[in-house]
Ligand binder design. Structure first.
Ligand SMILES: Cc1cc2nc3c(=O)[nH]c(=O)nc-3n(C[C@H](O)[C@H](O)[C@H](O)COP(=O)(O)OP(=O)(O)OC[C@H]3O[C@@H](n4cnc5c(N)ncnc54)[C@H](O)[C@@H]3O)c2cc1C
Length: 475
């Protein structure tokens, strides 16, 4: 992107230097704005341990596009990302089976949250027009005036600053959004799910190798709860245990924990190690998961929210970061369209992005059920077979939902409407097969043997039809 003189005198404050805020700072700097990036924490590049959420994340095309816009896709994906080409399902009896993400062999990548954040901060610092202020906790904002008050946690002093535009990238519990909620016509809803999550770790083997096949997202679906594991660069695995909060509370002794694992995750005990499992479980806290919808995302031409601040979602579609990074790409596209006229850009962004953000928040909630339950069910696999068959017969026209969401930049709300259309088509094909079977049965069942054969065929078609319709209904 070339420097653009007309925006050079405009100052933009980005609050929150997480994954989305640090990417947004780079993108605005590349457009020529003077950018001030304010972050509550210290500089994570200098910390031994960074407190907070998930250690690694699944990155797909939307996040990659964001990184690509600031020249970092190659670095993050090629030098650091670990490809995960399929889900690896761990059954109760210890057997495993792979379910590929799609028929073309496209994959998602396991990336370290800290690594990606650090790379983005370093990139931001390379722009002379980016100024990073660590240890600055936003306290209040006058949204229409762009006036912000921070607590400088290194001096314990309050500091005020002013910007032409304040962009809140301050996460699911956004302070900027809290101030927007005081405005009329700002809609907001949030939902905590009954499940919580806790991160555990599968260490590398004594000879420094991965303890499980690395190029998979491993899943232990157990109906009411589940566990997943993503590979790390150091050959360890970050394991995330998802289950209802009350079950976490009930596992209050090492014996209770080990008994629970023996029943539900027997193969994981050896992988994690008995002692380590007990030590890590009781040293950790289970954390809640929240889903947030709100609109609009802007106030006049002076304030905007992006990322989790605008649309926090449960993590089951692996899209929170991807969607947040895509926000930055979409905002950039809209800035191009309206030639940086913020009075037009901000409302256009809210209008364009809201249906997509709400769609992926809903899809993530849907996958909350699918991952722990459907992925393990024969009906889910049956529907997957239909999808694979139809996408082979109609390449480009029939794209399964997961593929659209994860491997394309199709607008999220269109992914949902296309899936509904597909469900209709599948239901019609199945009904047609049933009727055709019935007619064939009557026409050709002249002898008793042929009659039995026709009946059995009919029975199978009917059973397939009923099962497929059940899947269509559930989705
Ligand atoms: C268990 C789990 C697994 C996940 N897995 C995936 C995955 O596989 N793929 C995926 O795409 N997404 C995943 N996500 C979602 C992803 O983590 C988030 O969507 C993403 O981190 C959002 O980035 P953000 O920058 O908007 O917010 P955050 O990452 O929360 O960053 C917000 C930043 O703002 C700062 N801040 C907060 N308040 C203030 C304040 N008052 N003043 C100044 N600074 C402030 C914070 O310190 C932080 O640095 C997962 C989430 C969880 C919980």
């Amino acid at each position: 992107m070339e420097d653009r003189a007309k925006v050079k005198d405009k100052k933009i404050a980005v609050v929150g230097a997480g994954l989305v805020g640090s990417l947004e700072a780079c993108m605005l700097a590349a457009r020529g704005y003077e950018v001030h990036l304010y972050e509550y924490r210290g500089d994570i590049r200098t910390m031994e341990h960074v407190p907070g959420r998930s250690i690694n994340l699944a990155m797909s095309i939307r996040g990659r596009t964001g990184l690509g816009a600031v020249g970092l896709e190659e670095k993050v994906i090629k030098e650091h990302g670990i490809p995960m080409k399929a889900r690896m399902i761990h059954n109760l009896d210890g057997t495993t089976r792979a379910i590929p993400y799609n028929k073309d062999g496209k994959c998602i990548y396991s990336v370290g949250r800290r690594y990606v954040n650090e790379v983005l901060l370093t990139r931001a610092e390379e722009f002379p027009n980016v100024h990073i202020h660590f240890n600055h906790k936003l306290l209040t904002t006058e949204l229409e005036k762009g006036v912000m008050t921070f607590l400088d946690t290194s001096t314990n002093q309050e500091v005020t600053a002013k910007a032409d535009l304040v962009i809140g990238c301050d996460g699911a519990y956004s302070n900027v959004r809290k101030q927007m909620m005081k405005k009329p016509w700002f809609n907001y809803s949030q939902q905590y799910i009954p499940h919580a999550y806790m991160e555990l770790c599968i260490p590398a083997t004594p000879d420094g190798k991965f303890a499980m096949p690395p190029n998979y997202l491993h899943i232990w679906p157990r109906g009411k709860f589940m566990m997943i594991a993503l590979p790390n660069q150091d050959k360890t695995w970050t394991v995330t245990l998802f289950m209802p909060h009350d079950i976490f509370l009930s596992l209050d002794t090492p014996e209770a924990l080990l008994d629970f694992f023996k029943i539900h995750y027997p193969d994981a005990i050896a992988l994690i190690g008995k002692e380590k499992l007990v030590k890590d479980f009781f040293a950790n806290k289970s954390l809640p998961m929240i889903s947030v919808k709100c609109s609009p995302y802007h106030v006049g031409s002076t304030c905007l929210i992006l990322g989790d601040a605008a649309h926090a979602m449960v993590p089951f579609y692996g899209q929170g970061m991807n969607c947040g990074m895509e926000d930055c790409v979409v905002l950039n596209e809209i800035m191009n369209k309206y030639d940086d006229d913020l009075e037009k850009v901000l409302p256009a962004f809210s209008e364009h992005r809201n249906p997509d953000a709400e769609a992926i928040v809903d899809l993530a909630m849907y996958n909350y059920v699918e991952m722990r339950d459907l992925v393990n069910s024969r009906l889910f696999l049956l529907r997957k077979k239909w999808d694979d068959l139809l996408s082979r017969l109609l390449p480009g026209t029939w794209v399964p939902l997961y593929t659209m969401v994860t491997f394309s930049r199709e607008r999220y709300h269109l992914c949902i409407s296309k899936k509904k259309w597909q469900d209709n088509v599948v239901a019609k094909i199945v009904k047609f097969c049933s009727v055709a079977g019935l007619v064939a049965g009557f026409l050709f069942a002249k002898t008793e043997a042929a009659h039995t054969l026709a009946n059995s065929f009919l029975h199978q078609v009917n059973s397939l039809a009923t099962k497929t319709l059940a899947v269509v209904d559930r989705s």
